[in-house]
Design a protein around this ligand. Structure first.
Ligand SMILES: Cc1ncc(COP(=O)(O)O)c(C=O)c1O
Length: 286
């Protein structure tokens, strides 16, 4: 069964409201899409936060250790939104993790917001919906906000067991996805060329950036999504201002991770890859 919502964001909220109650054990990564934390906290969850490995990589083994029969819900994001270090759960890691979760007590929410961009050979299959036949305690989240380019229209989906999604549906606002959005979503889902182009442009952008980072000696992490984290060696605000002033990457964003928190000496900033690849990275090198 599939259930649409006003962006995957609304779905996260509804899932939290449906399945988490005061004191429910919830497992999530320390650095991840912040809405997992805020919605879980809002419902009074008992949080089990899994720190990343050195270099901010996903720690699949630690996730597995954190999940117990008491766990109500596990938030997974693959490829991860934050930190965009290029770390991801491989097919083996994901399947190992899913197999270790004992249904039906524990629900796994697997958020694939950036999946279309992932190209690593060991990344889980893009037709991940096949997992639903095997794991009845799994909800797979998708969004048209990223590779499909419809962020402003707000549409996301959850795929999963009808019994689970029926529960979520009970608290869904019946008018949550507008008619216009539904029409746009259907057109976008048919427009395979658009997605292919977005993925290709993203790939060109990221390889261009890898080359520039290498040339300038800037530390960075390879990415399976559409954003790269690099060591700007300046405050996020200053770096972001430089980016915008240069007019190179209008989508430069001010997401950054606090220095020191993860043992890094410099602040790191994530920058979305735009289609303009003539980025003036020398500013950072100076
Ligand atoms: C990992 C992840 N999940 C979900 C969302 C929410 O997407 P939507 O625009 O569909 O609400 C985002 C948005 O940035 C995201 O990064």
């Amino acid at each position: 069964m599939v259930l649409p919502t006003s962006g995957a964001d609304e779905m996260l909220d509804l899932i939290a409201k449906t399945f988490i109650e005061q004191g429910s054990e919830v497992v999530l990564a320390q650095v991840t899409f912040p809405r997992y934390l805020s919605t879980s906290q809002m419902m009074g969850a008992e949080l089990k936060i899994v720190p990343p490995m050195r270099g901010l990589a996903y720690d699949a083994a630690a996730f597995k250790r954190a999940i117990t029969p008491e766990t109500r819900l596990v938030w997974l994001c693959n490829p991860p939104n934050n930190p965009p270090t290029g770390s991801y759960l491989s097919r083996t890691e994901l399947e190992d993790l899913l197999a270790a979760v004992s249904p039906p007590e524990t629900l796994v929410v697997y958020d694939e917001a950036y999946q279309e961009f992932a190209t690593a050979p060991d990344f889980p299959p893009h037709n991940s919906l096949a997992y639903l036949r095997e794991y009845e305690n799994l909800l797979i989240l998708k969004t048209l906000s990223k590779a499909y380019g419809l962020a402003g229209l707000r549409v996301g989906f959850a795929f999963g067991d009808p019994a689970l999604l029926d529960l979520v549906n009970k608290i869904r606002n019946p008018f949550n996805v507008t008619y216009l959005t539904q029409m746009a979503a259907l057109a976008a889902l048919d427009d395979e060329q658009f997605v292919a182009r977005a993925v290709e442009e993203n790939s060109k952008s990221k390889h261009h950036l890898y080359g520039e980072f290498d040339r300038l000696g800037i530390e960075y992490g390879k990415t399976e999504a559409n954003h790269i984290m690099f060591n700007a060696k300046k405050t996020a605000q200053k770096s972001s201002t430089n980016f915008c002033e240069g007019g190179h990457y209008r989508q430069a964003c001010q997401r950054y991770l606090a220095a020191g928190k993860f043992g890094h000496t410099a602040r790191k900033q994530a920058v979305y890859c735009g289609s303009d690849r003539s980025v003036g990275l020398r500013k950072w090198a100076k």
